[in-house]
Design a protein around this ligand. Structure first.
Ligand SMILES: Nc1ncnc2c1ncn2[C@@H]1O[C@H](COP(=O)(O)OP(=O)(O)OP(=O)(O)O)[C@@H](O)[C@H]1O
Ligand SMILES: [Mg+2]
Length: 534
């Protein structure tokens, strides 16, 4: 099915092609730029093009792909760096140099590379939909190959040993083949048997998070913070040290050089949990501010689909995006060029539901093969002017399970991570406390309560101290102020550029215990000598 371009306005292209479907992939122009149908009209369609449209002309050909925007899923994705349309950046560089040339398609999957397949099924076995038939070793992970049949069928042949992804891995009696890789539409969540309640803590190695605002596996966390409050540094620290199997990091509309530094660093650092190189468990999706805006909208879907694919194998996957505000801005730009009715601050009316639908892809699931996998999401939000009442922060607030408010005044005082301990919250506190009580110390919860209490009391004492001076306070109150200062500087502050960047739960616990033991012993001494100020 081919047609012609009738009009071009930025990345929005009007075409005269009939019979297209909403969200169908379209190849636009002589260079075959990738686009997606975003509106259907009686006499044609409106296509959102994900690559630069400069040089495109009216009358150039347009072709419908007959399928939606997809990603290729199969062995070889881990350690990969992709653009928002899942083109492998390293191979792109080899072919076209440092700048991406529009319209070139290079697949994320290398169909010629050889893999060693170890089958777990044999000829004659009945295979249910989604069942595992074997695995190939992808770095330190067993990459399970699953069947994608819709009804149970018998195997008539299965491979064993060396194989390429272009070959068939197995065949059913009716002739249907099982391939090692396949395409999946990015906007459709991958199937699973059922969703389970999020359970178990996700250890981040950041003391203020693990201790005060814990993350749960399969949960969602939102990191809103004004300019320079440490969103990127915190997200990258979590990506480095989180106790998960696989990390998918999306640089969404932020600075390219930050991403470049991260890539360099990840190639030298080790994962503290497995001892392997960090890059060996990481997938990067890069759509920085200098890359096409429209592809930014698609990039988070491309990334989350890859994350779901590994979750389906029973792995714990962490998805991080920096920042979701840039994604929302891309959505606003697309919506404006379609002349849709704007809602608050020009964002489309469907912003909140789109975002909620996206966050719904997180969770712990029983996969089609019966394994348990999880997908945890952490999204940073950059509200303009640090105003948390703006639509993107508000939409995130409604759906996120952890809300870490990054505070400009803490950042100014160089207290990092600048997590405001009064305005942040975690809905997973109860569940995860059980985990830490059990794994680290039964005193975890008690210490947590005391720590919160000390910070709260300090706040009320500070107002009094400002009026009467710290000397005017009672000894016990002065001691509390001192201890609260220790909690803030020695415990909650954590410099991401020193050895202290990663704090395992045992270290977190021993620091806070040290401070609270000191508090108790000083309180004991105060009780022994009667106070002179009454
Ligand atoms: N955990 C940390 N430890 C030490 N320094 C930090 C930490 N977090 C942030 N910083 C300091 O703050 C600076 C700004 O941090 P970062 O770039 O992460 O902010 P941001 O919120 O992402 O900013 P922007 O809104 O511009 O993207 C860093 O360059 C670093 O100097
Ligand atoms: Mg940043």
């Amino acid at each position: 099915m081919t047609g012609k371009i009738r009009g071009i306005s930025g990345p929005t292209v009007h075409v005269d092609l009939k019979g297209l479907k909403l969200f169908e992939r379209v190849y636009v122009g002589r260079d075959m730029l990738t686009g997606e149908v975003v509106r259907l009209q009686e006499d044609g369609a409106v296509v959102q093009v994900y690559e630069s449209t400069s040089g495109l002309g009216v009358g150039e050909p347009v072709k419908g792909a007959g399928m939606p925007l997809t990603v290729r899923l199969g062995p070889g994705i881990i350690s990969g760096m992709f653009d928002g349309l899942q083109r492998p950046l390293e191979r792109l560089r080899d072919v076209m140099g440092p700048f991406i040339i529009s319209g070139r398609e290079i697949y994320a999957i290398d169909y010629t590379a050889k893999w060693l397949f170890s089958p777990s099924k044999k000829i004659g076995d009945d295979i249910a939909p989604g069942e595992i038939i074997g695995f190939v070793q992808e770095r330190q992970f067993k990459h399970f190959i699953t069947a994608r049949n819709t009804t149970s069928k018998k195997l008539s042949w299965i491979a064993d040993g060396e194989i390429t992804l272009g070959d068939s891995f197995a065949r059913f009696e009716d002739g249907e083949e099982i391939m090692g890789c396949f395409e999946w539409p990015v906007r459709i969540p991958r199937p699973y048997r059922r969703k389970l309640p999020s359970s178990g803590a996700l250890v981040t190695g950041q003391r203020s998070i693990d201790f005060l605002f814990p993350f749960a596996r399969g949960g969602t966390a939102i990191l809103p913070g004004g300019f320079g409050t440490g969103k990127t540094v915190l997200e990258q620290a979590i990506a480095k040290f989180a106790d998960v199997d696989i990390v998918v990091y999306v640089g969404c509309g932020e600075r390219g050089n930050e991403m470049a530094e991260m890539i360099e660093e990840f190639q030298t650092l080790k994962d503290p949990w497995s001892g392997k190189q960090l890059m060996e468990r990481t997938i990067l999706v890069v759509n920085t501010s200098n890359m096409p805006v429209a592809a930014r909208e698609a990039s988070i879907y491309t990334a989350v689909t890859m994350a779901e694919y590994y979750r389906d194998m029973g792995y714990h996957v962490l998805f991080l995006a920096d920042s979701i505000s840039r994604w929302a801005e891309a959505l606003r730009e697309i919506s404006a060029s379609l002349e849709e009715m704007p809602a608050e601050e020009g964002y489309p009316t469907y912003l909140a539901s789109r975002l909620a639908g996206f966050l719904e892809r997180a969770g712990v699931v029983e996969t089609m093969s019966g394994a348990i996998g999880s997908l945890t999401m952490i999204l940073s939000v950059s509200p303009p002017g640090g105003d948390f009442t703006e639509p993107v922060a508000q939409a995130c607030l409604r759906t996120g399970g952890v809300f870490l408010m990054l505070d400009t005044s803490l950042a100014h005082r160089r207290h990092f991570p600048a997590i405001n301990w009064f305005q942040s919250y975690s809905l997973y506190s109860k569940k995860t406390t059980l985990y830490y009580n059990d794994k680290v110390s039964p005193e975890w919860e008690k210490m947590q309560l005391r720590c919160r209490e000390i910070l709260q009391k300090e706040e009320s004492l500070r107002e009094i101290a400002e009026i009467i001076g710290i000397e005017g306070l009672q000894d016990a109150d002065r001691l509390l102020m001192k201890v609260a200062g220790m909690v803030r500087t020695d415990f909650l502050s954590q410099n991401s550029f020193t050895e202290d960047a990663f704090s395992p739960p045992e270290k977190t616990f021993s620091i806070i215990k040290g401070i609270l033991d000191f508090y108790d012993s000083e309180l004991g001494k105060l009780k022994e000598k009667p106070s002179h100020v009454e």
